[in-house]
Design a protein around this ligand. Structure first.
Ligand SMILES: [Fe+2]
Ligand SMILES: [Fe+2]
Length: 265
């Protein structure tokens, strides 16, 4: 069986470098990929304003015509009391998606704090996450997503905005057998593996708010029985190149990643 997740983030309606051309390209690319699930890992807007959310809601509706789509807020979405609009126009700020037949589960969390760029998950959400993870069978791939980056990302300048409780999160994720963490925020795609857990960051899909030689992009995650392939898709050119590959297996009924290769540009 093969299942596909599109990981996109940092859409930023209202941002001066937002590009309608890139947005249209992204839609066409997603239609061609035909994923089973789309995850929008935060920063739909720029200032959290209502008019930005109205554009974002239309965008999310379009995504939902392609396939099942989940969104979580980013730091920009929480500006100016924007989370009210998020809940009214976009949906819940956390979610659980279990695809037993496809062999994976995705749990989404809200890492955004009102009007500051720093993020945290907090004890309440962590307790909720632990409870929800216990309900997920051990033999499926466990994926957790939130906006802020869990680990430092190279080529992003001075380090800032790592989650305030990242150490406790990492301990909990490892203890609970989380296999993949999907983050956005830095606009730079990246992959790290620590313990037996992978963190995958997506770039900005639709803006030119870019650092160094990076380009607008999203990640395509292909889940198969024995391996997981991650591809990086350039929104401007459509170029699709391998970014990471993992071999996976069941060890005593527990899903684990047993080897990895990272090809981050
Ligand atoms: Fe962003
Ligand atoms: Fe962000």
């Amino acid at each position: 069986m093969e299942k596909k997740i599109a990981q996109i983030s940092d859409i930023h309606f209202g941002e001066k470098t937002f590009s309608h051309e890139l947005k249209n390209n992204l839609m066409a690319q997603l239609e061609e990929e035909n994923p089973d699930l789309i995850i929008v890992a935060g920063d739909l807007t720029t200032e959290g304003y209502l008019h930005e959310y109205e554009d974002a809601a239309e965008f999310v509706e379009q995504l939902r015509t392609i396939t099942n789509t989940y969104t979580i807020p980013g730091n920009h979405d929480a500006r100016n009391v924007g989370l009210i609009h998020f809940e009214n126009l976009i949906g819940h700020r956390k979610f659980v998606h279990l695809d037993k037949a496809g062999g994976f589960a995705v749990l989404g969390l809200d890492s955004a704090e009102p009007d500051i760029n720093d993020g945290q998950i907090g004890m309440d959400q962590l307790d909720w996450l632990r409870t929800e993870l216990e309900k997920i069978p051990n033999d499926v791939c466990k994926i957790v997503t939130f906006h802020h980056h869990l680990l430092p990302i190279p080529q992003t300048g001075r380090e800032r905005n790592i989650l305030l409780d990242s150490g406790d999160l990492m301990r909990t994720f490892v203890e609970c057998g989380v296999d993949f963490v999907l983050n956005g925020h830095k606009h730079v795609p990246n992959a790290w593996m620590i313990e037996k857990m992978v963190t995958l960051n997506s770039g900005t899909a639709t803006t030119r708010k870019l650092r160094g030689n990076t380009f607008s992009s999203h990640n395509e995650i292909i889940i198969r029985d024995d391996d997981i392939q991650v591809n990086l898709i350039n929104t401007l050119t459509g170029d699709n190149r391998p970014m990471a590959h993992y071999s996976v297996k069941l060890e005593e009924e527990e899903y684990i990643i047993c080897s990895y290769k990272h090809m981050v540009p």
